[in-house]
Design a binder for this molecule. Sequence first.
Ligand code: GLP
Length: 237
Amino acid sequence: MLHAAGSGALKHVQVREYVRALVRDAEPGSPAPSERELVQQFGVARMTVRQAMDALVTEGLLERIPGRGTFVARPRRGVGRLTSFTEEMHRVGLTSENQTLHARLGQAGPGVARALGITAGDAVIHWKRLRCSDGEVIAIEDAYLNEVMLPGFLQAPLPASLYDELGARGLRPTWAEDTVTADVASPDEADLLGIAGGTAVLRQTRRALAGDAVVEVSRSCYRADRYTLRVQLGVEG
Ligand code: GLP
């Protein structure tokens, strides 16, 4: 149970991540869990539950409709939502699995250091994994994380979802910049993805922030025949 995890974690973070997990696959427009029940379930003040729900409203996961209550947000036109691989797969009814190739502490090279806002040579966690769905490899993902922000990350069992784990630590990304380019798979990538060398892939780099802090820099290599990137655009005002 999420709310039992990390008893030292801030209460509002525990409530928030519990609600996030509950509404993850919920029908858009369905009612959010009731604040009164959450108060009872967690034995916390109403303010604490309010704080958790406010964060999910700000993130765009829940929406408040004046006079009616709080609901699972319907997709807003013109606004892309910052989602994890796990969420993307679940949204279209697929499973999400990980196969870790390695997870280790290293020193940040100049590029990763610049992107993470740390100094080259600083400690960085490098988590390289295959992202799979329904038993098939969809992507190779290299995530670089600032070790100082994630004490004990490598000592504990690796999470099924990086963003859930960041969320449990109060560091769920709230903003990200992605760059996507078309390319062909290298022989090594083709082996890992189970495709022929030279087949088309999509390369995505991401720099993700939680508030003002950069929490993740990643590189993903997706099978172009299995993954479609959907971007919603709008005009402000
Ligand atoms: C996407 C992003 C990655 C991020 C991952 C987290 O795939 N491109 O940068 O690390 O989501 O996914 P999860 O929370 O399922 O581990």
